[in-house]
Each structure stands twice: as structure tokens, then as C-alpha cells.
Design a protein around this ligand. Structure first.
Ligand SMILES: [Zn+2]
Ligand SMILES: [Zn+2]
Length: 413
């Protein structure tokens, strides 16, 4: 708890405004409902405290809640760590390898990116997560991932309590009013009977909490596996996209280069210990990063500069092969698409077969980009920008990527 107290210092109090957002409100609401219902159900109807098992069960429930909230608030209030305003590399020569952020009036340290929501350059930025209303990055990667692990585990425990409560109570004494359901099973009956009867309201509340717990287990559990992949490869989702564009650039210009991702320490364990340490503070200072022996210390930022200088590789051109309604949860686009829905408030865009898109960034199953709008695109007049599932589009062959294809050429393809 010492670490928790150090987190909530006076200057952090202004950070409390992060709570005033739909993400934390919903997340904390779900945690409150599931843990309260699990404790009430245990004590009143399923596993009374005067039994040893009941006490252990109750302590475990409290334990989950405390650990989940601890990691959740840590992820939210400690934050990812921001690049200091006005930062420049120690060796001024190195600034030639870095991009400059006009907003922060600072060089962008390796692996950092400017977040429009936080309005700061974020150290080792992965994504801006609306559920913690903060970025996930260097400092909070471990607590964020632990939260993603603990929340499903706690929910599985809670779901077990909910199912068992409803099951035993349905057989025990049900006061729905329909007499036929009143099955008397003396074996399942608890002695002494609880003072509060398990009524319709308790049944409805338990069922609702069960739905929340199961939904959280699946959704958050998927996010946990995604974050673990990122940690074990030491490659953020933004860096995966930079790598993809690097390979595309090399292929397009038929260069005699091989892109090697510099921050992979060579083994999953080494990558893991970069983020998870016993002290709870990740390795390094978030500004300088160890690289593989065969890589230049700034090889990724050099690649980013190359991509920035090359108009063509700033985006990758895709052709729409399948309609997409623009819905947030496209049920017909496959299970992987549904479970990897980008965790942002950015818009989705509707796709029609045959349209063209310039993607500027992407995830494994989703892409973000601009729709190419016939003639107006050339003048840069109107833009339709947002996320769409990757399996609705296919990459256009490299040679046609120099300029938006004229109308006739589009029809031929
Ligand atoms: Zn910035
Ligand atoms: Zn952010």
C-alpha cells in the first residue's frame, strides 16, 4: 500500500479529473457491481462466513477487488510517462535522428509519440485507452497489463459465485409465485436459513452481474493476450505499423535493406523483464532504449524520418473488397475482428466494395485511414477518416500506389 500512497500525492489530485469520462465511469461501475454482488451473494445465500470455505472465499473476493482497483488506478494516475517539455537528446548531434514535436516544443524521444488526447508526447506509447482515460505506455504498461489479467480472473470467481447462488437458490426455496418451481431439496438447504430471502430482485441483480462478469472476462481477457504479445515482442502496436510500412517501403523501392526491429532483446523473458520488474518500475528512463547489437541506437526513428520524408509510404493504399457498415461491432467480420476492436473513440468509416482507402496506421485486424474520394481527393478538399476491418480490404499492388488511380483504372481492377 506504500506505493499506492506515493501515487496519490497532492500534485496528482488534478489527475482526478481523469475519472470524469465515460470510460472510467463504466469500468468502475462494472467493478463495483460485480464485486458487491459477489460478496452479497456469498454471504447471504451461497457460502456463509461461519464456514472456513466461506471465509476464504470472502477474503479472496476482497483481494481481487483491491488488486484490480490498485492496478487500475495505478495505470490511470501514474500514467504512461510523458517526454519532458523542451526535451532534447543529451548529445545534440543525435537530434538529427529525431522528429520534433511543435506542441511539446521537444524532440520526440525514441519510441515516443504525441497523443492528441493527452496533448503530450507519450513515452513508449502503445495506445490511448478510453477505459483508463489515459495513454498506455512506458510507466503503466505493467500495471495496465496486470489489470487486464486480474479483472478476468476476479470475474471468473464472481461468475462462479453467481451461478452457484442461483443454482442452489432455485432448488432451495424460490419465491417467484409459481408453485411448481418450489422443489424441496433438503440437501441443498442451508441451515439456518438466511434472514434475507432470495427474491426476484436478488435473482435479477445476480443474473445481470453474471452477464457483466462473463462479458468482462471475454473482452478484457482478449486485451490481456494482445498486451502480452506486445510485451513479449517488445513491440508496441504503433511500432508494428512502422515496421509494416518499412517493409512496404523496402519492397516498393526494391532496396537492398532488411528492416530489423531494434528493441526486441532476443528472448521473450528479456523482453518481459523490461516491463515487469520486482520494484514495479520498468527498466530504463523511458527516453533511451537498449537496442540489439546489430542495430543503430536510432534505427527506428531514422526509419520514421525516412517514412515521413517519403509521401508515398506515409500511407498504404487498399482496395475495398467487402462492404462494411461502419458499425462499432461488426458481427459478420469474424471473431478476431470483433475481439480486437480498436480501443479508441475515433470514428469508424463505412466501406463500399470497389472504393479505395489510404491507410495511415493499423492494428492486426483493423486499419485507420482516409477514403479516397474521386477528384476531391487530389485537391485535399473533403476527408472521410476512421477505422475499418482489415479483412474488408486488400493491399493494392505496389506499382499503382504512386497516385490515386484515375476513374478508368479503378474500374479495370
Ligand atoms: Zn508532443
Ligand atoms: Zn493519450
Amino acid at each position: 500500500m506504500g506505493a499506492f500512497c506515493s501515487v496519490i500525492k497532492f500534485e496528482n489530485l488534478q489527475e482526478l479529473k481523469r475519472l470524469c469520462h465515460w470510460g472510467p465511469i463504466i469500468a468502475l461501475g462494472v467493478i463495483a457491481i460485480c464485486s458487491t454482488m459477489a460478496m452479497i451473494d456469498s454471504v447471504l445465500w451461497y457460502w456463509p462466513l461461519h464456514t472456513t470455505g466461506g471465509s476464504v472465499n470472502f477474503i479472496m473476493l476482497i483481494n481481487w477487488t483491491v488488486m484490480i482497483l490498485y492496478n487500475y488506478f495505478n495505470a490511470m494516475f501514474v500514467g504512461p510517462g510523458f517526454v519532458p517539455l523542451g526535451w532534447k537528446p543529451e548529445n545534440s548531434q543525435d537530434s538529427m535522428y529525431l522528429q520534433y514535436c511543435k506542441v511539446c516544443q521537444a524532440y520526440k524521444a525514441p519510441r515516443s509519440h504525441h497523443c492528441r488526447k493527452c496533448n503530450r508526447c507519450v513515452m513508449k506509447m502503445d495506445h490511448h485507452c478510453p477505459w483508463i482515460n489515459n495513454c498506455c505506455g512506458y510507466q503503466n504498461h505493467a500495471s495496465f497489463t496486470l489489470f487486464l489479467l486480474l479483472a478476468p480472473l476476479g470475474c471468473i470467481h464472481a461468475a462462479f459465485i453467481f451461478v452457484m447462488t442461483m443454482y442452489t437458490q432455485l432448488y432451495n426455496r424460490l419465491s417467484f409465485g409459481w408453485n411448481t418451481v418450489k422443489i424441496d431439496m433438503s440437501a441443498a438447504r442451508r441451515d439456518p436459513l438466511p434472514i434475507v430471502p432470495f427474491g426476484l430482485a436478488a435473482f435479477a441483480a445476480t443474473l445481470f452481474a453474471l452477464g457483466l462478469a462473463l462479458g468482462t472476462t471475454i473482452a478484457v481477457g482478449m486485451l490481456f493476450f494482445i498486451q502480452m504479445k506486445i510485451i513479449l515482442r517488445n513491440k508496441t502496436s504503433i511500432e508494428s505499423w512502422i515496421e509494416e510500412k518499412a517493409k512496404d517501403r523496402i519492397q516498393y523501392y526494391q532496396l537492398d535493406e532488411v528492416f530489423v526491429f531494434p528493441y526486441d532483446m532476443g528472448s521473450k523473458w528479456k523482453n518481459f523483464t523490461q516491463v515487469f520488474t520486482w520494484s514495479g518500475v520498468p527498466e530504463g528512463d523511458g527516453l533511451e532504449w537498449p537496442v540489439r547489437e546489430d542495430c543503430h541506437p536510432y534505427s527506428l526513428t531514422i526509419e520514421q524520418l525516412k517514412q515521413k520524408a517519403d509521401k508515398r509510404v506515409r500511407s498504404v493504399r487498399y482496395k475495398v473488397t467487402e462492404d462494411y457498415s461502419g458499425s462499432c461491432c461488426p458481427l459478420n467480420k469474424g471473431i478476431k475482428t470483433i475481439f480486437t476492436i480498436p480501443c479508441t473513440e475515433e470514428p469508424r468509416i463505412q466501406l463500399r466494395k470497389g472504393e479505395f482507402i489510404l491507410a495511415t496506421r493499423g492494428l492486426r485486424y483493423w486499419l485507420y485511414g482516409d477514403k479516397i474520394l474521386d477528384d476531391s481527393f487530389a485537391e485535399g478538399v473533403s476527408r472521410i477518416r476512421g477505422w475499418f476491418p482489415r479483412n474488408c480490404v486488400e493491399k493494392c499492388p505496389c506499382e499503382a500506389e504512386t497516385d490515386p488511380a484515375p476513374e478508368g483504372e479503378k474500374k479495370n481492377r
